[in-house]
Write a protein that binds this ligand. Structure first.
Ligand code: S3P
Length: 450
């Protein structure tokens, strides 16, 4: 949905130990892809554990607008009656992707090689974000686009009626762009080749193979070369969506910084393209253990046990790990405030074009709460104060960004004074049960009046 109603100010204050189990919701990336690929298959895809966050609900609505039958059976059980590759109908109305860059970019790719026209919009955050990164490659297939200045939404895409396959080197580390090109390649004849210099999350590749497409990935000197054979008949699947490591990051980091805590976060996917934060926390000295390590649906999974970690130290985060933890830098910067020494994060310019400019949003909020931060275009450094020494006491702007709002709520759990955000409403885009889940662990998050 475009816009988020009345702002919901929230305050988090120091709490006793966090204890218990945190059952975080389904993975956002896999939830979007389940609905979109389900809509492009022939027949009924069944999905269990779908994330019922606003971003994913907007994608469900969009798939209905393109002609798929999408049914919510309750309790995370969904079904999608797909229309087949190339089978999208022209939507009657504007497609509103709300806050979701993943939703809009993947859907633009998926419709770009069908002979229909669709207009996309979003909320104030999404309508500021760059879309040329998708309209450039889909133009190579033959799609046309008209948007606002700087390639911003609202934007109309005229799909290519006679698409040609492409070979595309993705210019920035972006799973959304890679996925948009692969989804466009589905309805082009012949082979579409996508090359990424740095590995980004590979859910689209794994799921396309699961739906029966012919897709290969080869590691070469040029990077990962992904080759997709176009115009397959995708076979409907039964999908169990794993729990989201990006949501798990919040209770894990909360436990690490809150004295006495011991929290178990069960069933978290540790796909190497997503698990960079956990490796980084362990390097900083966090007491984070992978219990019950196993494989589920071809993905490594573990229960994460996080305990209060009094001796955190600042580190230089390996830039090669950036793509695998890109959504976790905001909450990592919170942990870094409680470490001794500097935490240096380099090669992260993509953070500037997320739901907000996440370097700017976190740096100004941390500074307001007494933590020094240095920053440049593609790096930032948090100067850690160590446990017990972070003042807090300020209200931070969440900039319509769920991860910024949640990160500051985690900060307030271990600061000397409470920390507030002007609007926690966006948390519902990815983690609608954040407040009750954190509450049950022992956190003190309250909704405050505006
Ligand atoms: C996502 C990819 C990432 C990530 C986003 C989800 C995805 O964006 O930040 O939250 O599901 O493909 P980029 O691919 O643009 O880095």
């Amino acid at each position: 949905m475009s816009g988020h109603g009345t702002p919901i100010p929230m305050t988090s204050q120091a709490c006793g130990p966090l204890t218990g189990e945190a059952h975080v919701p389904g993975d956002k990336s896999i939830s979007h892809r389940s609905l979109i690929l389900g809509a492009m298959a022939v027949g009924e895809t069944r999905i269990t554990g779908l994330l019922a966050g606003e971003d994913v609900l907007d994608t469900a609505k969009a798939m209905r607008a393109f002609g798929a039958e999408v049914t919510d059976h309750g309790g995370g059980e969904w079904s999608v009656q797909g229309v087949g590759v190339g089978g999208f109908a022209e939507p009657d109305n504007v497609i509103d992707c709300g806050n979701s860059g993943t939703g809009v970019r993947l859907i633009m790719g998926a419709m770009a090689t069908t002979g229909i026209t669709a207009t996309f919009t979003g909320d104030a955050s999404l309508n500021k974000r760059p879309m040329a990164r998708v309209t450039d490659p889909i133009a190579l297939f033959g799609a046309q686009s008209v948007g606002r200045e700087g390639g911003r939404l609202p934007m109309t895409i005229v799909g290519a009626a006679n698409p040609v396959p492409v070979r595309y080197v993705v210019p920035m580390p972006s799973a959304q762009v890679k996925s948009a090109v692969l989804l466009a390649g589905l309805n082009a004849p012949g082979q579409t080749v996508v090359i990424e210099k740095e590995a980004t999350r590979d859910h689209t590749e794994r799921m396309l193979a699961g739906f029966g497409a012919t897709i290969t990935t080869e590691a070469t000197d040029e990077g990962r070369v992904i080759t997709l054979t176009g115009q397959p008949e995708l076979k409907p699947q039964t999908i169990v969506v794993p729990r989201d490591p990006s949501s798990a990051a919040f209770p894990v980091c909360a436990a690490v910084i809150t004295p006495g805590s011991d929290v178990l976060v069960p069933n978290i996917g540790l796909n190497p393209t997503r698990a960079g934060l956990f490796a980084t926390l362990r390097e900083m000295g966090a007491d984070l253990v992978y219990e019950n390590e196993r494989e589920e649906g071809g993905e490594p999974v573990a229960d994460l046990r996080a305990r209060f970690s009094p001796d955190l130290k600042g580190i230089e985060v390996d830039p090669a790990r950036a793509a695998s933890m890109i959504d976790e830098y905001p909450v990592l910067s919170v942990v870094a405030a409680f470490a001794k020494g500097n935490t240096v994060m380099k090669g992260v310019k993509e953070l500037r074009v997320k739901e907000s400019d996440r370097i700017e949003a976190m740096a100004s909020g941390l500074r307001a709460n007494g933590v020094d931060v240095d920053e440049g275009e593609d790096w930032w450094t948090v100067i850690g104060l160590g446990h017990g020494n972070v003042p807090g006491g300020a209200t931070c702007a969440s900039h319509l960004d769920h991860r910024i709002a949640m990160s500051f709520m985690i900060l307030g759990m271990a600061t000397q004074n409470p920390v507030s955000v002007d609007d926690g409403g966006p948390i519902a885009t990815s983690f609608p049960i954040f407040e009750p889940l954190m509450d049950a662990l022992g956190a003190k998050i309250t909704r405050t009046s505006a």
